[in-house]
Every structure is written in structure tokens, then in C-alpha cells.
Ligand binder design. Structure first.
Ligand SMILES: *Cc1c(COP(=O)(O)O)cnc(C)c1O
Length: 380
């Protein structure tokens, strides 16, 4: 079956008790046991809940995995994956990554004995030089955030596996609708379901998806032991989000490409980052790994940082907010907002200019979004 058919039917069978075509939301925290052996399918909702399982089953299928685990947030999912490591182990991570991931790795895990080494993962040779015998986890994000760098996932999988490490891929920006890292050799796929999977800016959630059953069992053990599971209401909304995921992401990507092309032609714009543009340094690789260039565009406006701030503060349809991937378009300044948790020197070393502007392109009409940006750029 095709992706969008599976998104609607796998794990989402009708409710046999009532015939309801939409699965009920199971709020129960505990489940009656037929006997004291605790072998029933469900016992306590931290360990498992039918509404969460329905979402996990659909997502695992869409990502080409065998198991998905749903978490209270993307950061909870990322944190759970890092709990596979013990003090002295090393994470090699990209430089162009989500600000919260940077903070977890460099401010929380390093204080607990994990060694964190950052490398530009879009440079495969540099990754190969950096991954070593103590590396247990290679963590990549492709496209990167907010510069939309592209990392060769298949090459990174080979490098990680040669060193006996796992490759984890934060696939929040692509979602299984655009890219399936497990099929490229990744061991763990992480999603912030808060973004495109939920898709409507009305929930927090995260997920890990794996192909290897033993790894799935270990991660589920850690998830249950530490407790940051997704609630049933969020799981219901995520299942609903998956049903329209492909349609939304394809439509948003098409608008993002048109906006990127339009931005390139604007004298008030100095530089545009979008993997769907042939001028992107890794356009060919991006198009091999992704069905489209994605829904995020970033650009540097000509002029000062103050001018860039005026641009983001004067759009009307693009709302000034962090987050991404939802039906409504958002605009922000990564250096001050989504990536404010980076150390300023790290931000500059990576090339995140203070005046860089990031767009999350929603489902509004291209013409309206273009006119909104044109008006804001002319006001700056
Ligand atoms: C938002 C985001 C996260 C973190 O997810 P939360 O749901 O906010 O905890 C991780 N990675 C990327 C790329 C994100 O955009």
C-alpha cells in the first residue's frame, strides 16, 4: 500500500466494540488483570496505552521501522536515546542542530560524564575523522537547523557502524513523508511530533523509531523506567495528524520552494538557504534523500540585524514564533529565539548570523505569503 493509504489505515482499524471508524481515546491509567501474572496486553499506562500504541504502530510503519515509542516531547525522545550511553561514552553530533538538542548534549550530558564532540556532519570526511573507538552514538540532523545543511545519512551509517556506534537521525524537518533514514542505514529515527506530525501547533510530543527489535526493547525499557511517555490525548491528535501528513508536507514544500525562488530574486535578500534550490551546495544529495526540499527556508536580509528584527516584527501572516512544520506560517530569528540556547561563540562558529531569518512555511496560499514578506522587507 502507498504511504498515504497506510497513514490512514495501519494501526487505525475501527473499534470492534462499537464499530466507530475512529479509535477511542483511552484515558485509563490502569487496566484490570485477568489474574496476578501481569501478562495481559496492558497493565499500567506508563508501560503501554492503546491510544499511544495505535499512533506508534502507524508511525513505525510509515518510517519503515519495526517499533516506535511515543514521548511527551521531542527532547524526551532524544534524552531517552542518549540514556543508552554511560559515562565515558562519546556522542558525535552535528554543528547545525536544534538548539534544545545542543543544550541537552553540551550542558546536561557533558556534566554527567558523556563526551560530546561536534563536527560539521555535512562534511562526510570530517565525520569519518571524528568518529572513534569511544563513539557510541552519532547524532545527525538533516536538513540541519537553521542553515539547512544536508548530511549524507547512508555514509554516516557506514562510518558509525564501522566504529561500532549507532546512528541516530533527528528527522523532524523531513518526517517519514519526505525521508526514511532507517532505510538509509540509521538505527534510530527521532521526531519532534510537536512539529509536522501533530501539524497544527496544538500539542507537544516526540518519538523514536527503530528497525532492530532488541534496540526497541532496550529503549522501551528506558522509556518505562524514566517515564516521559506521550499522553493519550496527544497520541490521538498525532494519529490524526499522520493521516494528512503527506498532503500537508507536500503542499507546504511546494510553497516553500516558490518562496525560496522568489527570495533569491529580491535585492533586499543577501543569501537564501533551501535544499530544494539547485544553488544549494548539497542539492543533489538532498534530492536523493528527500522527496522535496522541505518546508523550512532561511535567509539573510541585506542590512543590519536591526533591519532583520524589523522584518520579523512586521509580517502579518507569518507569525513571530519559534517551532515549525504546522499549517500556519511562522517567522523567527534563530540567534535570538530557537537557537538562543547555543553559546554565542558556537552559533557564530557554525555560521548562524545574528540577522538570519527562518521561515516555517504553512498551508496558506503562496501569493499571500509572498506579499506579506515583500511588505515586511520593504519596511525594513
Ligand atoms: C522542536 C524540535 C526538537 C525538540 O522537540 P520538542 O517537541 O520541542 O521537545 C528537536 N529537533 C528539532 C529539529 C526540532 O525542531
Amino acid at each position: 500500500m502507498q504511504f498515504r493509504t497506510r497513514a490512514i489505515h495501519v494501526g487505525q482499524e475501527h473499534d470492534p466494540a462499537t464499530g466507530a471508524v475512529v479509535k477511542p481515546i483511552h484515558l485509563a491509567s490502569t487496566f484490570v488483570q485477568p489474574d496476578s501474572s501481569m501478562t495481559a496486553a496492558y497493565d499500567y499506562a506508563r508501560t503501554g496505552n492503546p491510544t499511544r500504541h495505535a499512533f506508534e504502530k502507524t508511525l513505525a510503519n510509515l518510517d519503515g521501522g519495526t517499533r516506535a515509542l511515543a514521548f511527551a516531547s521531542g527532547m524526551a525522545a532524544t534524552h531517552c536515546a542518549t540514556m543508552l550511553l554511560t559515562p565515558g561514552d562519546e556522542i558525535v553530533t552535528g554543528t547545525d542542530i536544534y538548539g534544545g538538542t545542543w543544550r541537552l548534549f553540551n550542558r546536561v550530558l557533558t556534566e554527567r560524564g558523556i563526551v560530546v564532540t561536534a563536527v560539521d556532519t555535512s562534511d562526510t570526511a570530517a565525520v569519518a575523522r571524528t568518529v572513534g573507538p569511544r563513539t557510541k552514538l552519532l547524532w545527525v540532523e538533516s536538513p540541519g537547523n537553521p542553515l539547512l545543511s544536508i548530511t549524507d545519512i547512508a555514509a554516516c551509517a557506514e562510518i558509525a557502524h564501522r566504529a561500532g556506534a549507532l546512528l541516530a537521525c533527528d528527522a523532524t524537518l523531513t518526517t517519514p513523508a519526505l525521508s526514511r533514514p532507517l532505510q538509509l542505514g540509521a538505527d534510530i529515527v527521532m521526531h519532534s511530533a510537536t512539529k509536522s506530525i501533530g501539524g497544527h501547533s496544538d500539542l507537544l510530543g516526540g518519538a523514536l523509531v527503530v528497525g532492530d527489535a532488541d534496540l526497541g526493547t532496550r529503549l522501551h525499557w528506558l522509556q518505562n523506567a524514566t517515564g516521559a511517555v506521550m499522553g493519550p490525548l496527544e497520541a490521538f491528535l498525532c494519529s490524526r495528524g499522520l493521516k494528512t501528513l503527506e498532503l500537508r508536507v507536500l503542499a507546504q514544500s511546494a510553497t516553500a520552494l516558490r518562496l525560496a525562488e522568489w527570495l533569491v530574486s529580491q535585492p533586499a535578500v543577501r543569501k537564501v538557504h533551501y535544499p530544494g534550490l539547485p544553488s544549494h551546495p548539497a542539492h543533489a544529495l538532498a534530492m536523493r534523500q528527500m522527496a522535496t526540499g522541505g518546508t523550512i527556508v532561511s535567509f539573510e536580509a541585506a542590512g543590519t540585524v536591526a533591519d532583520a528584527r524589523r522584518v520579523v516584527e512586521s509580517t502579518r501572516l507569518f507569525q513571530l514564533a519559534v517551532s515549525l512544520g504546522a499549517v500556519e506560517s511562522l517567522i523567527e530569528i534563530p540567534a535570538a529565539m530557537s537557537h538562543g540556547s547555543y553559546a554565542p561563540e558556537a552559533r557564530r562558529a557554525v555560521g548562524i548570523a545574528d540577522g538570519l531569518i527562518r521561515l516555517s512555511v504553512g498551508l496558506e496560499a503562496f501569493e499571500d505569503l509572498r506579499d506579506d514578506l515583500a511588505a515586511a522587507l520593504s519596511r525594513a
